[in-house]
Design a protein around this ligand. Sequence first.
Ligand code: HEM
Length: 381
Amino acid sequence: MMETLFAELKRYVGFGPDDEQALRRLHGIVSPDFVPIAEIFYDRILTHAGARKALEGGESVVGRLKVTLVAWMDKLLSGPWDEEYFDLRCRIGRMHVRIKLPQHYMFGAMNVLRQQLELRVDDHYDAHPDDLRAARLALGKIIDLELAIMLHTYREDLLAQQSRTERLATFGQLVGSLGHELRNPLGVIESSLFILKGRMGADERYDKHVTRVGEQLDIANKIITDLLDMIRDKQLVRERLSVAKVVEAAIARVSRPEGIELEVRGLENFPEIQGDSGQLQQVFVNLLENAIQATAPKGVVAAIGSRIGTLIEIAITDTGHGVDVDTRQRLFEPLVTTKAKGVGLGLALVKRIVDRHGGHVRYEPNQPNGARFIVRLGTAG
Ligand code: HEM
């Protein structure tokens, strides 16, 4: 069997049964101080502006994290230091990657923990140099293994980002040429279809198939247009416009099964904005189509307007299954889709258009269930 990364790392630093024993002994000595150590750890974060920034939820997050840090120290010194331990630590590492915690704070924070633990080791084993040496050695090894695991999760993320960038570069080139190449045959099909449509009316089956070809042609053309819009920056045609009207026009463009209830509220008396009405309509068409597909066959889709100072927000909500945590981070990237049949361009295009309007789009889980996409835009002033 292949040696795992954790086994290799333990072999590298020489982490063995003696270390395990020394750490377990240390656990009995240090555990009464876990809470004060966790307090020092988070106080230090709070006094550093850069590190503090990572605690988005502010002080309330700290309370929760103090408890989890105590559990972390408990496991650090009691083990077992097996593959499950490695997986658990990787999950914690990925949380830090997700909140974009700069790696240097990881080292700073680990150093604080190391200092606090070592101080207690030194005090306790003052008169027992052999035990002191064993405890310090074991502690040094496990703390550095922890750092190695944390760095491993940052590397994992970097590699994933690299492959995404490469994928996108290839995607751009491929799309440009494929899109243009496909326009020609589709144009020929379209003009032949025009002739065939002239003969409709005599045979029901003939009519049905001609209509179906027409519909599929529209879908194919829409995919190509979206693809080409993604890679070239379509100029914005800015004008003063009413968001309520843009949303209304988008609603008229999407089809909705009977079981889906559509609510529109908070958009009346909305201030005007400066924007490209066609492109903004596309934003809401894409969001509404996604919401309807996610909710079908039955549920509620809503377009809800609200004002935040000089900004406006339009939330498109649904009562579907929502988006899982892993997909959320990459939701607005091209080629990322949760649909069995989707190409993964709709949300990327939404983001591109909203960004170009100087706005912002984000995802939040809807309460009690479903998805909520919030488009924030500036008013015309
Ligand atoms: C190097 C030492 C660190 C250790 C051992 C550590 C430990 C942990 C643990 C165990 C969790 C998981 C909590 C859970 O299960 O919900 C966690 C999450 C978190 N940590 Fe750390 N942490 C360290 C450094 C930091 C630093 C320096 C910051 C900020 C400056 C930070 C901010 C956070 C935040 C915000 C979360 C919550 C993430 C989320 O719930 O989405 N951590 N950390």
